[in-house]
Write a protein that binds this ligand. Structure first.
Ligand SMILES: [Zn+2]
Length: 140
């Protein structure tokens, strides 16, 4: 019997299998029945990016308790929401039923992750520049 490895958990499964019997993940988005489909990657990513502090991406993916917790803490002061955003970018995010999001696109995820780093780079660069300037002024 031909076998292949599950891309999600690495278990050895029948090469004809459409769903991993170990981790229960579907092996390709096309085979998932409509009723069992998790939410799509791109809307979840955009919700997390623009409205992450209000937990909207958690409500959207059916994880209501965490959504409420994030709403009340403003996404854990943004840190929790940003961690969720990174998890979504790299397809590590799970919905309320423990499933990966459907239609994951690595190019979009990694690109948006890099874009999200730009403000940090600017802030760190500004701090270094300010420190250098202040040092130069005080040495005069
Ligand atoms: Zn698996």
């Amino acid at each position: 019997m031909a076998t292949k490895n599950c891309p999600h958990c690495g278990a050895e499964i029948d090469s004809e299998a459409q769903r991993c019997y170990v981790c229960k993940e579907w092996l390709s988005d096309e085979n998932i029945p409509e009723a069992d489909k998790p939410q799509e990657f791109l809307p979840t990513l955009l919700f997390a990016y623009f409205l992450g502090a209000f937990g909207i991406h958690r409500f959207y993916t059916g994880n209501i308790p965490i959504g409420i917790a994030q709403l009340l803490t403003l996404g854990g002061c943004g840190i929790w929401a940003y961690i969720d955003f990174i998890l979504i970018c790299f397809n590590k995010f799970r919905d309320g039923e423990g499933r990966h999001l459907s239609k994951y696109n690595a190019n979009v995820g990694i690109s948006l992750f890099v874009v999200s780093l730009i403000p940090f780079v600017i802030i760190i660069f500004s701090i270094i520049l300010m420190t250098m300037l202040l040092t130069a002024v005080s040495l005069k």
